[in-house]
Design a protein. Structure first.
Length: 486
């Protein structure tokens, strides 16, 4: 019996307690595909200065090695989630993995900034295809309830582990071999996924008629791209930068046009009735809060370790190794917590743990003993972060038909990638403004410490506020929006 047959057979019956052998194999392959793309978010971060010097990047252009990837992946995820529904989720997964292999090979062999940035753009495009396709294959391969929650828990844990391991692996490869292997390591792993997916994963698509929503796809993609470009530019060059402000204004206008388009077309890319579901809207709000603030907190601590305590890039990356372990534990524990307390309670609880742990980082200082505080706080925060991640994925994809899963998972993936992209430039801009103000009368290390602790405090306040807001909004929703597995 195929995976899709199993899903159909259980659609109207209680969710089984255990995965079949085939479901375990499908899960392993889909998790492997998403792990590789999640590692690509961070694997080059430590290596960016080395890459920039080797290929002749201008110092001001270093940020584009990361931003070119994040901008394209975040801008097109929602569109490709819809395309996967129409053309076939497995087909799009294979397309994305093929692009990722080609782009990684190109990046590993790049000899100029233009070639490397082209590779990063195509890697981002590939990620925007792979993540919603793999996520919707996962949610349609497991019936709603404990099995799907367990699968989403493992998926969320590996996504976080991939982000953390990517940072550590990037430092090791750059220091021991070459930064080029941060690209080339994707090639054999990607080829393995391309071979295995047709063997174990059944094709899945939604039955949708009508013309595709081209105006919606164009406006949402360009709008997100302009918005993210504006945020990144303002974060790097200051909040008064005219091109950055103009890009943000264009992004807001295009997204407003997208909403107007969705109210009028016959087959909208993102139906407003779908976006108005409390589980979808407030679940994704929680997801945006947890991703934006957690990635910013890790970045701020990396800045603190290197600029205040004088750690190397590799040593700074290794400090967060335990965070990857606790995030994995959070992903495993989250389905059990959801089964016991319900996702609308567990999501804000995870955010609250993340926020309070981040607040503890305000007390770091010049002594190397502060490293113990960094390890403890980021590890506890990583556990809470992953509990929140799994809860928002469960909340935002529950109670939906299979033909809506591509849209739902595309939206959750877009939330994740926008959060990862936006958090660092916004909080780093706050830190940098404080650092520049303090440098006039304090040593550089003291100025960095002052800027980092201010930004950490704001990060914690926003996370805790997000937790309280999501809790209140989900509690106000009607009981049918609650997700408590049988």
């Amino acid at each position: 019996m195929s995976t899709l047959d199993e899903v159909s057979a259980t659609k109207n019956s209680p969710s089984p307690a255990f995965m079949t052998g085939r479901q375990k194999t499908v899960l392993a392959v889909l998790l492997g595909a998403q792990f590789i793309v999640s590692a690509d978010f961070s694997i080059l971060n430590v290596a960016i200065p080395v890459i920039g010097k080797d290929l002749g990047f201008a110092l001001a252009d270093f940020q584009w090695i990361a931003t070119a990837f994040a901008l394209t992946s975040a801008s097109f995820t929602l569109v490709f989630g819809n395309v996967a529904d129409r053309l076939g989720r497995r087909r799009m997964l294979l397309t994305g993995m093929g692009l990722l292999v080609a782009a990684s090979l190109l990046g590993g062999l790049a000899g100029s900034p233009a070639v490397l940035l082209t590779a990063r753009v195509v890697q981002g495009l590939a990620t925007g295809i792979v993540i919603p396709a793999a996520m919707s294959l996962l949610t349609t391969s497991f019936p709603e309830g404990p099995l799907r929650d367990r699968a989403l828990g493992l998926n969320g844990a590996l996504l976080s582990a991939g982000f953390t391991i990517g940072a550590v692996l990037g430092g090791v490869l750059t220091g021991v071999v070459s930064w080029r292997w941060a690209f080339l390591i994707n090639v054999p792993v990607g080829v393995a996924v391309l071979v295995l997916v047709p063997m174990v994963v059944a094709e899945s698509r939604a039955e949708r008629g009508g013309r595709p929503d081209v105006p919606g796809a164009v406006t949402v993609s360009l709008g997100l791209a302009a918005l993210i470009y504006g945020i990144s530019t303002l974060g790097a060059k200051g909040w008064g930068n005219a091109p950055g402000l103009a890009a943000m204004a264009v992004g807001v206008v295009l997204l407003a046009v997208f909403v107007a388009v969705e109210m009028r077309v016959e087959q909208p890319l993102a139906p407003l009735r779908f976006l108005s579901r409390p589980t979808v809207s407030w679940g994704n709000l929680g997801g945006l809060a947890t991703f934006t603030m957690e990635t910013a907190a890790i970045f701020l601590m990396t800045l603190y370790l290197q600029e205040t305590l004088g750690y190397s890039a590799l040593a700074a990356g290794l400090v967060f190794a335990l965070t990857g372990v606790t995030a994995l534990l959070g992903g495993v524990a989250a389905p059990r917590l959801i089964a016991r307390f319900g996702s609308r309670n567990v999501l804000p609880a995870g955010l609250l743990v993340q926020g309070l742990s981040t607040a503890a980082l305000f007390f770091v200082g010049h002594g190397h003993g502060s490293v113990a505080l960094v390890i403890a706080a980021t590890s506890i925060g990583g556990f809470g972060h992953m509990v929140a991640v799994v809860s928002y994925m469960v909340t935002a994809t529950s109670g939906l038909a299979d033909d809506e899963q591509g849209l739902a998972t595309g939206l959750t993936s877009m939330t994740q990638q926008v959060g990862i992209t936006a958090g660092i430039p916004v909080l780093s801009a706050i830190a940098n403004s404080r650092i520049h103000a303090l440098k006039t009368h304090e040593a550089a290390a003291d100025a960095v410490l002052g800027g980092v602790t201010l930004a950490v405090l704001i990060d914690a306040a926003l996370t805790v506020t997000g937790a309280l807001l999501v809790f209140a909004l989900l509690r106000r929703a009607r009981p049918r929006t609650e997700h408590r597995p049988a």
